[in-house]
Design a protein around this ligand. Sequence first.
Ligand SMILES: [Zn+2]
Length: 425
Amino acid sequence: MLNRQKVEAYLEAFNLKDTKSKPPDCSCASSQYNYSPAGHIITGDLGIVTNEQLRELLAKGPKYRIPQPINWKKNFKLLMDAVEDYARKWIKREPDEPDLDTLSEWIKAIRSCIQRRIQKLRCNMSTRVSNPFKNPEVVDALSSLHDKYVVVPADKASNNIVFICKKHYLQCLTTELGIDKTTDLGLILTQKNLLEKPKMIWNMDESGKSFEHNPVKVVAEKGAKNVPGRISAISTHVTIVACVNAIGDKMSPLLVVKGKTERSIFGFNTQEAPSGTMWDYQESGWMDDRIGERWFKEIFLKQCGNDRPHILILDRHSLHESLALIQEGIKEDVVVLSLPPHTTHYLQPLDRTVFGPFSKQYDRACSEFLQQNILHKEDKWTFPTLFHTAWNSALTNENIKSGFRACGIYPFNPLANSRVCLPSK
Ligand SMILES: [Zn+2]
């Protein structure tokens, strides 16, 4: 939803430097969606979208894509070939390396099974897809939303979106980006004499990983719902908490799994996770105050070293502004700096250069694993192995350092973000 390409034009058109004295207009005060602590509209309520068709579309979340027609013929051929490929691999593993013919009955049986399955799918799925954006009313409605609001993904629930008043968003940005000289961060770094101590500057943030343990894999169109065979799929969610510093070091990860008791961790092959990984559980699989404090004591304080002071930068939502944590921080001479939510996605090193590659590496590890272990699946048991691979390949010294650099935290450069972090028009 942030559009890098339009950013520079936007910067000039808007003349951000003047927004403090001449902010754009808004009429949030009289709106039922006004969020009173901010005095502006900040809402996840889709009731704000008046066009019904657009509302339905937005309700599908930012990851939704309008389904593309399926190339049945091509996919059919891919599957048929895959069966034969598998048979070839299979005979190679047998001690006497038999002829492919010995498996011909098996190949035939599997293929006809797939064929029947595809036939059934084709009958059950509607292949005609209508594109709502062909309706000019939907396009107009979207464009008028963009005029008034910045639309961002909600921090915790990646499938939800939040509308934020554009005026409010810009006001927060100008303050945060330090366009009027000093940000809080700059002040703290200077006061604490940390400007040249990258080892003491930390960023902690969380990212989520969802996966399904499907009993059966079925051919389905991206985004397709009600595909037979997916009904019994159980999706689970793991929150990954990372903490890194500006010289590129990383602390042990914290993994929060969904569950009500410690038993929920038992399904995971925890031995395969990176050494020192801390495991915890929470009903929705997210971080809460209890886990945040545990993390601070058992990971942060144990791994940050004996020198003081430290600065720990985090997303305000990560720890729900946990007072206990901030007090604990003061006691330990650790400045806990929580950045305001919604505007900070690109101000955090982990968000900027680490979680993206992590996600890619995870997907890669996953598909490699599935290729090598055709009978396995991505599930709780295998998750720690895949996580470990992705963690090591993505949380590299270089990736981490470049995040701090890009965010202007180290070397400190308050203008570093002004090129990236603007709303799309
Ligand atoms: Zn407003």
